[in-house]
Each structure stands twice: as structure tokens, then as C-alpha cells.
Design a protein around this ligand. Structure first.
Ligand code: BG6
Length: 499
């Protein structure tokens, strides 16, 4: 099928006219994710003619400079086959640039005049692609300069604090100027296709929900493996580590979606209420059990899919660091539905390959009517693959086809979305950026969710310090430290190896 046909026009509804203001508009996130995502939405016919994108930062630039920057960004981050010169021209003509000193006075009046120069009531979204240390200051400035209208939204992204106290302080600073329904806290994992499919599988089918509990589910694994290392983020990452960077947000959000009770409606607050209950029901991990239920690791020199790589300390350029680049946790949820069902979480950098998946393993059959010669009866497994190669596999036992008697075989019902539906996979940001304009907060974290996640993570961080649990080394290109294997094998289970 031609590339053209892979667009999603038929499913894409145009949104209302908007102005997207990108603070940090000349930065890395804008270049790699935000501008390409908006371009794709434009290409799919979803942006109304009036829509504008305004890059903002302190650097002096003209509109033309910014358009040239955007064109380069699209060249670098959009697949060649998706670059249509007419759409690129239309998209860059929407772009404007204003130099604004986020913490000072210059540029704000110009920004206000620019935004006020359209019909009243136009949706405006301020995306803060800047250091979280100035989120509160920018929120205050936007309010003080009269830029916050009824139709204004604020978009922010992690790190949302580095512990519960700082997350609360940040949320308070923002709440002084924005109502909660105006605040869109991005967790880009929630924008991934398979994550939403989890909701469809669970609540648009009758098959799963009756067995979605401790009577039928043995355990759940959530793996978010990366093959990249520190990249150019030493300053941030070494102060954060994998628990703050990945578990507090992405992995706990995935866990909450797997475990939530059926929401009363597919509506933002109904879904978020249920996620919150899961996060609050997580069994506490503290100095009494942290050594048993968590594993920290740090990569050493080894291999990546692209060849030999250095260890974390060399990447960092320091002789010493106790930051973990890998974490595995055995989590449990203290509810009737989930009592006794472990949720094994693991994430790390410089692992064997980039692969993220949620694996739900069902209990063994209670009794086998087959004799040993028919073969081993494996436990049913539902594998939700987030990336790469989004899709769902339901592993089942079937009869081996053909003559020769009854022999059993374990096979997947395989639904690899891109192949099954012949669509291009939208990047998570495409969906999320336009959900902001639609005012749909279903895929964004509410304040109380962020705080509940920190409430569970804080004691883990503290008790690592108290019992002085140092990260174990692991060779780059492996699945992490041996302790991670022991964590699950102690329970008679093994990590599911991603394809
Ligand atoms: C970010 C983390 O939130 O997610 C990064 O800060 C990580 O450290 C990234 O690399 C992974 O995202 P994705 O979409 O590539 O899996």
C-alpha cells in the first residue's frame, strides 16, 4: 500500500483553532518531538487553517530563522517518505518566534499583543519545554502579564519534583495561577498506542475482565529496557537515577493502568480516580524489606547494538557515582483483586535491546487431562508490546496441526498493529499535543497521582540510603545485574525475554 494511504485522515478530526506557545521553542524537545509531532498532525489534516505555533526563548531570532530551524528539525526527525514539500511549507508558515526573557521583563508585552491579536476565546496552550526549576516562575509570569484566559492550558513534563515535598511545592506553585483542569502533566508513555489498547482490551471485550484478578493471574511483569546509555544528559540523570527517571512516572503509570478497577466512564477523572486508588494501595517498601524487594544496578563497559560501549562512570566522566541506571522491583498491590499477585518491574539503560512490554502471566491449568506425551502445558500469557513493533500477543495452547495424534503446542495469537492495520504509528506526542487542545486530560497525570507515586517512591529512596544499598554492576548489553534475575527466580518465575 502506498505511504499516502497510511495517513490517518479518516480517523482524525480537526481540532478548534489554537495558538501553541513553546517555551524552549529552540531546544532539544521542540526539535526532536514537538515540531515533528505537530507537522504530522498538520499532514493528517488535523490542524485548522488558523492554528499557529509560537516558538519562545531568550535567544534573539526572526520568524524566518525559526522556520529554518523547524525545517531542519523536520528533515532530521521525520521519515523521508512522510515529508511532503507542500505540507512542510504550510506547516512552517504557521510558525512564529518571539524572544522572551522567561524570568525577566523583556518580550512579555510583545507575546501578549501577539496572542491577543486574534479572535477572543481562542485556545492557547503554553508548553514549558524548559527546566522544571522555572515552571513555577513562568506560571506566575503568565498570570501576572494577563496571558491566562479561560481557554488557556499549561503543559509540563517530568521531572515533576525529585521527592514528595518538591513535587508538592511545584504543584502548589502552579495551582496558584492555574486550575487543575488547565494543567496537563505529560507522561509520554500514556500516549503510546499499546497503552491505550490495554484499556480497549480490558473494557471493550468480555473475555479478560472476569479473569483479571488473583484467581487467574499468576503475576505481571513490566519491562522498559533501553539500549542507550547516559546520552548527553549527565547533569540531570546522575542526580535522578532510574527510580526517579522511569519508575516514579512511566512504570507506575503502566502498573496503574493494568491494575485499575473498571472506571465508570472513559473519562479523564473517572480513569484517574481509579489509577490513584491503585497507587495508594501499593504495599509500602521501606528499610525492612527494601533489600529483598528492590535491586539497583549500574552499567559497566560492554556492548550495545551499535558496538562496544563505555561504562556509566566513563560516560559521566567521574570516578565515583552511586546513581542507579537499572532498577528492578517486586511490587504488590494491597487490594482484594490483586492480593498475592506480584508485579515485577524492571527498567534500565544499556540493556540487551530497546524493548518495552507488559506481560500478564495467567495461572497454570488446575488439572491436566492429557498425558505427558502430549507435551508441556505452558501458562497462558498476554504480552502487550509497547515498543518497538507495537502489538499484542495472546499465548495459548493449541493442538499441533496435522496427523500423528494429540500433541500440544504453545502459540501466540499475534496482532502486530502496524501490520494488521497498515497504519503509521503516531508518536506519543502527536496524540498528547492535540489532546491538550481538545481539553482531554485522560492521558495526563493529575496532581494527586503524581504525589501518590512519590509517596511510594520516597521511602524506597530513603531506605536505599539508610541500608546503604549500592548499585550492582552489570555489563552493558545484558539484561541487568544478577540480583534482578534472583529477585524473580526466588519466586520460581523467570523474566520474559522480549523478542
Ligand atoms: C524519558 C526518560 O522520560 O523516557 C529517559 O527521561 C528515557 O531517560 C525515555 O530514555 C524513554 O522514552 P521512550 O519513549 O524512548 O521509551
Amino acid at each position: 500500500m502506498r505511504n499516502q494511504d497510511k495517513r490517518m485522515n479518516s480517523q482524525s478530526l480537526a481540532v478548534d483553532p489554537f495558538d501553541y506557545v513553546l517555551f524552549g521553542g529552540g531546544g532539544d524537545l521542540a526539535e526532536r518531538k514537538l515540531l515533528p509531532a505537530l507537522y504530522h498532525r498538520d499532514r493528517d489534516g488535523q490542524l485548522p487553517a488558523e492554528a499557529r505555533v509560537i516558538g519562545v526563548s531568550r535567544t534573539a531570532r526572526t520568524d524566518e530563522d525559526y522556520r529554518a530551524f523547524a525545517q531542519e528539525a523536520l528533515k532530521a526527525h521525520v521519515a523521508v517518505g512522510d515529508l511532503d514539500s507542500d505540507v512542510v511549507a504550510r506547516f512552517v508558515s504557521r510558525l512564529h518566534y518571539l524572544s522572551v526573557d522567561a524570568l525577566g521583563e523583556s518580550g512579555w508585552d510583545e507575546l501578549k499583543a501577539f496572542l491577543d491579536g486574534v479572535e477572543p476565546g481562542r485556545i492557547r496552550a503554553f508548553y514549558l519545554a524548559v527546566s522544571p526549576t522555572i515552571f513555577g516562575d513562568i506560571a506566575a509570569k503568565l498570570a501576572a502579564k494577563g496571558l491566562v484566559t479561560e481557554q488557556t492550558r499549561l503543559v509540563i513534563e517530568k521531572p515533576l519534583g525529585r521527592d514528595l515535598a518538591s513535587a508538592k511545592a511545584l504543584n502548589d506553585a502552579i495551582a496558584t495561577h492555574f486550575r487543575e483542569d488547565q494543567v496537563f502533566r505529560i507522561d509520554h508513555y500514556l500516549g503510546k498506542e499499546t497503552v491505550q489498547n490495554l484499556m480497549a482490551l480490558r473494557f471493550a471485550n468480555v473475555l479478560y475482565e472476569p479473569v483479571w484478578n488473583s484467581n487467574f493471574i499468576d503475576h505481571v511483569q513490566i519491562t522498559v529496557a533501553e539500549s542507550v546509555g547516559l546520552e548527553s544528559r549527565a547533569g540531570y540523570y546522575d542526580k535522578a537515577g532510574a527510580l526517579r527517571d522511569m519508575v516514579q512516572n512511566h512504570l507506575l503509570q503502566l502498573l496503574a493502568l493494568v491494575a485499575l478497577e473498571p472506571p465508570a466512564a472513559f473519562e479523564a477523572n473517572a480513569i484517574r480516580d481509579e489509577k490513584l486508588k491503585v497507587l495508594r494501595a501499593l504495599k509500602p517498601i521501606d528499610e525492612r524489606n527494601v533489600g529483598h524487594l528492590t535491586v539497583r544496578g549500574q552499567y559497566s563497559a560492554g556492548a550495545s547494538p551499535d558496538g562496544a560501549v563505555k561504562g556509566y562512570l566513563d560516560d559521566l566522566g567521574e570516578a565515583q557515582s552511586d546513581t542507579e541506571t537499572f532498577v528492578a522491583i517486586k511490587a504488590e498491590i494491597n487490594t482484594w483483586r490483586w492480593a498475592g499477585v506480584p508485579f515485577y518491574l524492571r527498567t534500565g539503560k544499556r540493556l540487551t535491546k530497546r524493548a518495552s512490554e507488559i506481560v500478564v502471566t495467567f495461572r497454570p491449568i488446575p488439572y491436566s487431562i492429557f498425558d505427558d506425551s502430549t507435551g508441556h502445558i505452558a501458562q497462558n500469557r498476554l504480552v502487550l508490546r509497547l515498543q518497538p513493533g507495537e502489538g499484542v500477543k495472546q499465548w495459548l495452547m493449541i493442538k499441533n496441526p496435522g496427523p500423528g495424534g494429540m500433541r500440544l503446542r504453545y502459540v501466540p495469537l499475534d496482532m502486530t498493529f502496524a501490520e494488521a492495520f497498515n497504519v503509521r504509528h503516531p508518536d506519543a506526542y502527536e496524540r498528547l499535543l492535540l489532546d491538550v487542545i481538545r481539553g482531554n486530560q485522560s492521558l495526563f497525570m493529575r496532581r494527586d497521582e503524581v504525589e501518590a507515586a512519590w509517596e511510594w517512591v520516597d521511602p524506597i529512596l530513603q531506605s536505599w540510603g539508610e541500608i546503604d544499598l549500592k548499585p550492582q554492576g552489570y555489563t552493558s548489553g545484558t539484561w541487568g545485574p544478577s540480583g534482578s534475575i534472583a529477585l524473580i527466580e526466588r519466586d520460581g518465575r523467570t523474566w520474559h525475554e522480549p523478542d
